[in-house]
Design a protein around this ligand. Structure first.
Ligand SMILES: Nc1ncnc2c1ncn2[C@@H]1O[C@H](COP(=O)(O)OP(=O)(O)OP(=O)(O)O)[C@@H](O)[C@H]1O
Ligand SMILES: [Mg+2]
Length: 370
């Protein structure tokens, strides 16, 4: 074919294709919310139409003869029909895969369908599964939080009210002059002071717990020697131990520095040590050890409490949980270990307990900075 004719063919073929493409794009825009099967059909039809219109224009300009035209048209139309059929088939497969996905989403618990899906839909389904798991996890956490909030409310209404009622009774008795002899008055004053101190501690513990539950515990971390932490925990509990006749000792191997909020972690350890002393009979021993190994710092508090009942072991860290012996008036509030756990977990650490030797051993594990 001479070069000018070739140019002409290219020009008219492109022109025809452009017109058909413009119409097809308009149609696709109108149909953009419809099924992919229909849109794929439009694409296949536009391809055939662009080719056929190019051939018609060229034969109209008499660049090819009638015979050639019918041969080419027959080939193009048959190929076009096959292409359209394949497109529609593909569209229907996509629609079916989509339906499988929609049904999986509608189910109570979304799981990626086992049926093979096109790559994009398979990716979407994996992402959906991950999103569903995150949602379920958030729901679980919210429910646990709600349960512990309810527990806390029940706790407040009981444990805070009982001592308040006692305080009121004593104050009224003093006010009305029901108790008049000097010894009883002094005893009442003493008990009022002790109760008020205990209530103040409880309110402080409650405040700490609510900050932990709200995720509002802001740690101001600094480098502290493990040995200093343990020494402080021992020193802080010496008076209490002496009053009860319990021996207390601290032992730190490799006192590497740890990166923690010394105030908060000190509070957690104090709760463990006070518990240990409280549950150890006089003449018993409480031992605090610290060591660094395997990329973590470990602090353990071992006592001679005689062991915690197996059934209680998993519950001692729950808010308001108290063992049988502690459920007496004036006993603990059941907040100490929940606070200790909250503080340790805020440090990305773990806390656990096991019965060992003459008593039990609480263990705090903290990751070391890399
Ligand atoms: N060292 C321990 N030895 C034996 N039992 C313990 C020990 N530490 C805790 N427990 C048990 O776990 C329960 C919960 O402890 P937790 O420190 O949370 O509360 P509490 O000591 O009763 O009250 P609070 O610490 O708020 O004053 C205790 O009542 C006790 O039954
Ligand atoms: Mg306690």
């Amino acid at each position: 074919m001479p070069f000018p004719d070739l140019l002409l063919v290219v020009f008219y073929a492109a022109l025809a294709a452009l017109v058909v493409t413009a119409v097809a794009l308009g149609a696709l825009r109108l149909l953009r919310a419809r099924s992919v099967a229909i849109q794929l059909g439009v694409v296949a039809a536009a391809t055939v139409l662009a080719t056929v219109s190019g051939i018609l224009v060229i034969s109209f300009l008499m660049l090819i003869n009638d015979h050639d035209r019918s041969v080419v048209l027959t080939v193009v139309v048959s190929a076009g029909l096959v292409a359209t059929a394949v497109s529609v088939l593909l569209g229907r497969r996509l629609v079916a895969a989509n339906r499988v996905l929609v049904e999986a989403v509608r189910a109570d618990r979304f799981r990626a369908p086992a049926a093979p899906l096109p790559a994009e839909l398979a990716e979407l389904s994996r992402e959906l599964e991950a999103a569903y798991d995150r949602l379920a996890e958030a729901h679980r956490r919210e429910q646990a939080l709600e349960a512990s909030r309810r527990e806390l409310v029940a706790w407040v209404s009981h444990d805070l009210r009982t001592p308040l009622a006692g305080l009121r009774a004593m104050a009224e008795a003093l006010e009305d002059g029901v108790v008049a002899d000097g010894g009883t008055v002094r005893r009442y004053h003493g008990r009022i002071r002790v109760e008020v101190e205990r209530l103040a501690e409880m309110v402080d513990d409650l405040f700490e717990l609510s900050r932990i539950h709200a995720g509002a515990l802001r740690l101001s971390r600094q480098r502290v020697g493990l040995a200093d932490l343990v020494a402080e925990a021992v020193a802080g509990a010496e008076a209490l131990a002496r009053a009860k006749g319990v021996r207390i000792s601290g032992d730190v191997r490799a006192g590497l520095p740890v990166h923690v909020d010394a105030g908060e972690l000190g509070r957690a350890l104090r709760n463990l040590v006070v518990n240990a002393i409280r549950h150890t009979p006089s003449d018993g021993a409480v031992e605090i050890t610290g060591e660094v190994s395997g990329g973590e710092a470990r602090v353990t508090v071992a006592d001679a409490c005689g062991g915690i009942p197996e059934a209680d072991l998993p519950r001692v860290f729950d808010v308001a949980f108290r063992g049988e012996a502690a459920r007496t008036p004036g006993g603990g509030a059941g907040l100490g270990l929940a606070i200790a756990r909250g503080i340790v977990e805020a440090h990305a650490g773990e806390i656990g307990v096991a019965n060992a030797g003459p008593g039990c051993r609480f263990e705090v594990r903290l990751p070391l900075p890399a």
